[in-house]
Design a binder for this molecule. Structure first.
Ligand code: HEM
Length: 401
């Protein structure tokens, strides 16, 4: 019987669980909450090596049986399978290059730079509406990246509540009823398919129209791949940045000296954002990989056809890479953290996420000089699921603004 490590203790304090794994079993065989066997890689060097090892594939599109094959007795992988769409995140080169290039062509540094004033405006507007007591997660950290990626893609604002609900369900897939995950993923892709088709008929000045146009011109992408790429951008574009903002703010509230240092010198914000990402990043374990042949990682042999989870959250606290890794220090030179992954699947949205993070914290710190938690810390709860490391809400208050 293989126990799951993804239990309540893990959700409360994944860093303690990972510290134990790094020192005792750096490549650890466990079960996902849905009863699927997977190996967790927790040391920095091993994590980086796993992300660039061609024997670790992400191509579930052509190997759909692999999830089923790793089900344990009584397990059910259908919830996991529902979140394995046909996009760049679930294929290897050369398919990966083909799918990533299409988005790279339209998701340019120039487009992100041009967005800066709009991100500033959205941040300021959301904080204008917040009172002196509000939920930093629901009132600020969720809508900010959602509105940004929504506007970028061209998704009507009124549709966001539905999209956020579908996205949350698919992201927490491994921890929920598989039926709910399949239903949410189907509704979500159906919606995006319709939107892509309406942009084909009537193009607008948005990323979705640019992607549809690039698809028409190059013919290198199927309709399913286009929709699943839009799905990836919606999910990746808003789920993660939420927790950059909230985990970062929580770390600052827990370390008042660091918060004071940042207030005293806001020019340190870009560096502080890197430390938020290293210290308590939004992505706990990666999306799934599998071995195409037996692979030895950190001295442990993983047989062929097995699922592998690369623990970015753990690697970023590895003392072999970061001096005094459990110390939160906004002035530290964070070195090469892996909060955005590593290798060919390195986060495509990292420049956008960094821009959003710096702007979001700039406004927050300026507006609320005495921001503090509005509930006892032990009332904060963490999201279930393998992928995300993030809170379910973050009530805060301020007497000044
Ligand atoms: C703080 C915010 C973010 C974090 C921590 C983050 C983290 C990550 C990580 C760890 C991966 C690699 C997953 C793996 O190898 O299994 C990834 C991939 C990706 N991210 Fe992000 N992400 C963030 C924001 C964004 C944003 C704003 C977008 C924008 C649209 C985005 C788009 C993507 C895409 C498209 C990929 C797939 C890249 C590929 O497979 O080639 N991400 N991200």
């Amino acid at each position: 019987m293989i126990e799951t490590m993804f239990d309540q203790d893990y959700l409360r304090d994944p860093h303690a669980v990972f510290a134990r794994l790094r020192s005792e079993q750096p490549v650890y065989r466990t079960a996902t909450p849905q009863g699927v066997q997977a190996w967790v890689v927790s040391r920095y060097e091993d994590v980086r090596a796993a992300c660039t090892d061609p024997r670790l594939s992400k191509d579930f599109t052509n190997n759909p049986h692999l999830l089923k094959a790793n089900e344990l007795e009584g397990g059910d992988s259908s919830g996991l399978a529902a979140v394995v769409p046909h996009n760049m995140l679930y294929v290897d080169p050369p398919d990966h290059v083909r799918l990533r290039r299409l988005v790279g062509k339209v998701f340019t540094a120039g487009r992100i730079q041009a967005l800066r004033p709009r991100i500033e405006q959205i941040s300021a507007g959301l904080l204008d509406r917040a009172g002196t007591e509000f939920d930093l997660l629901h009132d600020y950290a969720v809508p900010l990246p959602a509105m940004v990626i929504g506007e970028l893609l061209g998704i009507p604002e009124g549709d966001w509540p539905r999209l956020i609900a579908w996205s949350n369900t698919t992201i927490e897939g491994a921890a929920l009823d598989p039926g709910d995950v399949v239903e949410a993923a189907t509704a979500f892709t159906g919606y995006l398919d319709e939107l892509c088709e309406s942009r084909r008929a009537d193009p607008k000045d948005d990323l979705l129209s640019a992607m549809v146009q690039a698809q028409d011109e190059t013919g290198v992408l199927s309709r399913r791949e286009l929709v699943d790429t839009a799905f990836l951008l919606v999910v990746a574009g808003h789920e993660t940045t939420v927790h950059l903002i909230c985990n970062g703010m929580l770390a600052l509230l827990r370390h008042p000296d660091q918060l004071a240092a940042l207030r005293a010198d806001p020019s340190g914000l870009p560096g502080a954002v890197e430390e938020f990402l290293r210290f308590d990043g939004p992505v706990s374990t990666s999306t799934l990989r599998f071995t195409t042949e037996p692979v030895t990682i950190g001295g442990t042999e993983i047989p062929e056809g097995q699922l592998v989870l690369v623990a970015f959250l753990s690697a970023n606290r590895d003392a072999a890479q970061f001096a005094d890794p459990d110390r939160f220090d906004v002035t530290r030179a964070p070195g090469q953290h892996v909060a955005f992954g590593h290798g060919v699947h390195y986060c495509l949205g990292a420049p956008l996420a960094r821009t959003e993070g710096v702007i979001a914290f700039g406004h927050l710190l300026r507006r609320f000089p005495d921001l503090r938690l509005a509930v006892p810390e032990d009332r904060l709860a963490w999201r279930p699921g393998l992928l995300m490391h993030g809170l379910t809400s973050l009530p805060v208050r301020s007497s000044l603004r």
